[in-house]
Design a protein around this ligand. Structure first.
Ligand code: AMP
Ligand code: ZN
Length: 468
């Protein structure tokens, strides 16, 4: 199996540090809002990587953090007049709901930055002792970049170029840094902000230190795969390498994987540009499996442009797979129960699609080609399962199809779930029926919704609904 390693800029054979085991860390979201579908891309991509590694027989220890202390969280808390913790807890809960909808497996551990402050203080202390960090007069602690000769190795940036670039960017108030490239490990609190005691000042950690600490605590000093979106290569991952390698004296991560951006109108989807769509919005229009399928239809290192048309064609494509699975499911109990010799041969032939699928995934997780192999299997199934076919033949094909879809995180059983938009439409229809005094139809709609687990409440402010 080959993985493209950002560190070496090559596809490399995957050899884990410990046979049969994979230690993997994926940088998670900063929780101050509902996640957008750009944030969902690394979640879906690396969940699929994990599922494939597990399919190959590896035991995967998968760690993904929540950044729950950050300027943006504090800003939102001030705006709402609540604590930062209330904001982060709210959006962690919402994020977990979205993850479940996208069929993302819970990580082995989902650490939160605020619960790992002691470890961060310890690592910063070690870095100071080893001369890789220093405290300025106001209690800010900086990492001393010039002492780490390998700085820039992940982003392939040249230290001198970086330095001159940074010098021209030098911001006032940062004069206490020894060097423009030095970055913050710990900073003093500002009025009204959450803070922790430390040997340097009451304050809070910089962003980068949390991942070095959580990765070490839950996975050890050396890990196999470290992953995230490509915007994290510099400075975040470069800084994580500097912190971890200087503190532990060991190579931090063997393989660095980065997904390309999800774009909209060929621009990166991001909160700051305001051009984002939340996962929650998409869930009102589509089953989130469609979003997952859409993301996996491109290679993770290629930019992917979001559009309503592409979502619609992903829905249709996914439906073709689900319908084929449905037909096989209907057929699998049918007589005869045993496969005929010809069917036996066909089942062997179908194994060829598993090989194709695995070849694609072994080549740096080429999910686009892997999905193409699933479609070939669907076509094969539609062609060869006939009226007279045995139940066992259908069952054999179904288990292959389910296994391959399972690796993609696609559930082949069609959910009968009703979408928010459909509920709203039915409620509008019921209101119209009532207005027209067609109470029979209005009651019928109420019953229909109830059967789908939707409870309506007529209130003074209008109709409210909830899922049972
Ligand atoms: P953030 O909450 O901004 O720290 O982002 C969490 C994760 O989402 C990181 O791995 C980012 O690289 C990733 N990410 C953010 N925006 C996008 C995007 N438009 N496309 C792909 N990945 C993204
Ligand atoms: Zn990180």
């Amino acid at each position: 199996m080959k993985i493209y390693n950002t560190l070496t800029r090559r596809k490399e054979e995957f050899v884990p540090l410990e046979e049969g085991k994979v230690r993997m860390y994926v940088c998670g979201p900063t929780v101050y809002n509902l996640i957008h579908i750009g944030n969902a891309r690394p979640m879906i991509v690396f969940d699929t990587v994990r599922r494939y590694l597990e399919h190959k027989g590896y035991q995967v220890n998968y760690v993904s953090n929540f950044t729950d202390v950050d300027d943006k969280i504090i800003k939102k808390a001030i705006e709402e007049g609540v604590s930062a913790q209330e904001i982060s807890e709210r959006y962690i809960a919402e994020c977990k709901k979205d993850m479940e909808g996208m069929n993302i497996l819970p990580a082995t551990t989902h650490p939160k930055a605020t619960e790992e402050i002691d470890g961060m203080i310890q690592m910063i202390q070690t870095l100071i002792e080893k001369d890789y960090a220093y405290a300025a007069e106001d209690g800010t602690v900086y990492f001393r970049v010039k002492n780490f000769k390998e700085y820039g190795k992940l982003s392939h940036k040249n230290l001198d170029d970086l330095q001159s670039g940074f010098r021209s960017l030098k911001v006032s108030g940062e004069d206490q840094k020894e060097d423009a490239l030095d970055f913050v490990l710990w900073k003093p609190k500002k009025e009204g902000e959450p803070y922790w005691e430390s040997p340097w000042c009451e304050g809070r950690p910089g962003w980068h230190i949390e991942c070095s600490v959580m990765s070490k605590k839950y996975l050890g000093e050396q890990i196999d795969i470290h992953a995230g979106g490509e915007d994290l290569i510099f400075p975040h991952h470069e800084n994580e390498i500097a912190q971890s390698e200087c503190c532990n004296g060991k190579i931090f991560a063997k393989y660095w994987m980065h997904n390309a951006f999800l774009n909209i109108d060929n621009k990166k989807m991001s909160k700051s540009l305001g051009n984002f769509r939340t996962v929650r919005e998409i869930s009102q229009q589509y089953d989130l499996q469609v979003l997952r399928f859409f993301m996996l239809s491109a290679h993770y290192r290629s930019p992917l442009n979001f559009s309503a048309d592409l979502m619609e064609s992903s829905k249709n494509a996914l439906d073709r797979i689900l319908e084929a699975a449905g037909r096989l499911r209907d057929k699998k109990e049918a007589e005869p129960k045993r496969v005929s010799p010809e069917e036996e041969k066909l089942l062997e032939e179908a194994q060829g699609y598993v090989v194709k699928f695995e070849d694609a995934m072994d080549d740096d997780f080429n999910t686009a080609d892997a999905i193409a192999a699933i479609f070939e299997l669907v076509k094969f199934s539609n062609t060869h399962v006939k009226e007279e076919s045995s139940g066992a033949f259908a069952s054999g094909l179904l288990s292959i199809l389910e296994e391959l879809c399972g690796i993609m995180g696609i559930i082949t059983e069609k959910k009968e779930e009703i979408l928010d938009q459909e509920i709203e439409d039915l409620i509008a229809e019921r209101q119209a029926a009532r207005k027209a005094k067609n109470f029979a139809r209005a009651d019928e709609i109420r019953e229909e919704l109830l059967k789908k687990g939707i409870i309506l409440k007529d209130t003074r402010e209008g109709v409210k609904w909830q899922r049972a």
